[in-house]
Design a protein around this ligand. Structure first.
Ligand SMILES: N[C@@H](CCC(=O)N[C@@H](CS)C(=O)NCC(=O)O)C(=O)O
Length: 202
């Protein structure tokens, strides 16, 4: 497979982490989102939404959206349970990540690391704290991973931006920090998130 990727993107990191953990050979093509390459016709033909990650399957079919890519790759592996309820719990946290974590924690990280002076920063940080407090409450029963005893793609997805929440000025509760450590200790886990490049600064 081929991954249209950016090294500083948490959404792309999720996919790179899982590809490595599954031992899948892949090739990366960096699409420089800070140079506007995601909005060029060539990339819009891969993803009408003009974003990365996009996974190009061996058939040539394009699959955008990090959560869809994780689910596709994890099918039939221990990272995606087959039971109806167990799988629904994975979906539930994937939706939460996209609805609440990504629009707050990831967006405020982007704003601060790009040097954008936005009046929405305090509100994004408040929403970010709220989503990390949700994780804290979910982990309060001592579970090892977000859906229970086993590491799943729900953890991979949440890790993408939760681990770098401090970049956006959002503090991480202690139980969430411990969970991050357990995710990082899963076999084959490598976090290769790159810093924002110099040309990201506005
Ligand atoms: N919901 C999407 C979000 C993807 C996304 O926001 N990608 C950003 C980088 S992290 C991007 O490509 N931005 C470039 C642009 O908007 O032009 C996913 O989970 O894959």
């Amino acid at each position: 497979v081929r991954l249209y990727d950016h090294p500083a993107s948490g959404n792309c990191l999720k996919v790179r982490v899982l590809l490595r953990q599954l031992g899948i050979d892949y090739e990366t093509v960096v699409v420089d989102l800070f140079a506007g390459e995601t909005q060029e016709p060539e990339h819009l033909a891969r993803n009408p939404n003009g974003r990365v990650p996009v996974l190009e399957l061996d058939s040539g079919e394009m699959l955008p959206e990090s959560a869809a890519i994780l689910l596709y790759l994890a099918e039939g592996t221990p990272f995606l349970p087959s039971g109806r309820v167990e799988r629904a719990q994975v979906h539930r946290w994937l939706f939460f990540e996209q609805n609440q974590v990504e629009p707050s924690v990831a967006v405020v990280r982007f704003v601060l690391l790009s040097g954008i002076d936005s009046p929405s920063i305090p509100n994004l940080q408040r929403l970010g704290r709220h989503s990390l407090e949700t994780l804290e409450r979910a982990l309060a029963d001592g579970r090892a991973f977000i859906t229970g005893d086993d590491y799943t793609v729900a953890d991979t997805a949440l890790y993408g931006y939760v681990h770098c929440a401090a970049d956006g000025g959002v503090e991480t509760p202690a139980s969430v920090a411990s969970w991050l450590g357990r995710v990082e200790a899963t076999p084959g886990f490598v976090n290769d998130l790159a810093p924002f490049p110099e040309h990201a600064r506005r």
